[in-house]
Design a binder for this molecule. Structure first.
Ligand code: 4NP
Length: 160
């Protein structure tokens, strides 16, 4: 079988939004029998939480929807990721600007906003829930679920 399509989700700390997206999208792939054809990873633009498990609030919110992200560990974005991944999807515009700076210098896969895959997109960013309450994490999950549908459709179109 051909090499998998590789998808990288990017946020700031890699302990809230992007590991949630990684876990949810991996689940979508499993549910659609595509695990062997699409690989998923996540990272943060910052290095503060490297090696840490996802934030407990993110773990609980994901578990509430049947997705376990407790085994994931944070890592920082590396310039080589622009060569290694076919989709580089950031949670907000600041993440996008940070990755885009590197992309402008060295090329590779052009990063874009994950919520570009949200149908009839009224929102363009997954808001950072780190300093907010628990409901922020549910909102993050809602957005990630909706955008995952669009992303899956796009990937399937490339696979067929
Ligand atoms: P994330 O959330 O980018 O969704 O993982 C954050 C986690 C930690 C911090 C900021 C955002 N922080 O400033 O430590």
């Amino acid at each position: 079988m051909s090499d998998p399509i590789r998808v990288l989700f990017v946020c700031l700390g890699n302990i809230c939004r992007s590991p949630t997206a990684e876990g949810v999208f991996r689940r979508y792939l499993e549910d659609h029998g595509l695990s062997a054809r699409v690989a998923v990873d996540s990272c943060g633009t910052g290095n503060w939480h490297v090696g840490s498990a996802p934030d407990e609030r993110a773990r609980k919110a994901a578990a509430g929807r049947g997705v376990d992200i407790g085994h994931l560990r944070a890592r920082q974005f590396q310039p080589e990721d622009l060569e290694a991944f076919h989709y580089i999807l950031t949670m907000d515009r600041q993440n996008l600007a940070d990755i885009r700076d590197v992309w402008m210098q060295q090329g590779g896969t052009e990063p874009r906003l994950f919520l570009d895959y949200l149908p009839d997109n009224p929102v363009s960013e997954v808001p950072d829930p780190y300093y907010g309450g628990d409901d922020g994490f549910d909102h993050v999950l809602d957005l990630i679920h909706q955008a995952s549908e669009g992303l899956l459709a796009d990937i399937r179109a490339h696979l067929d």
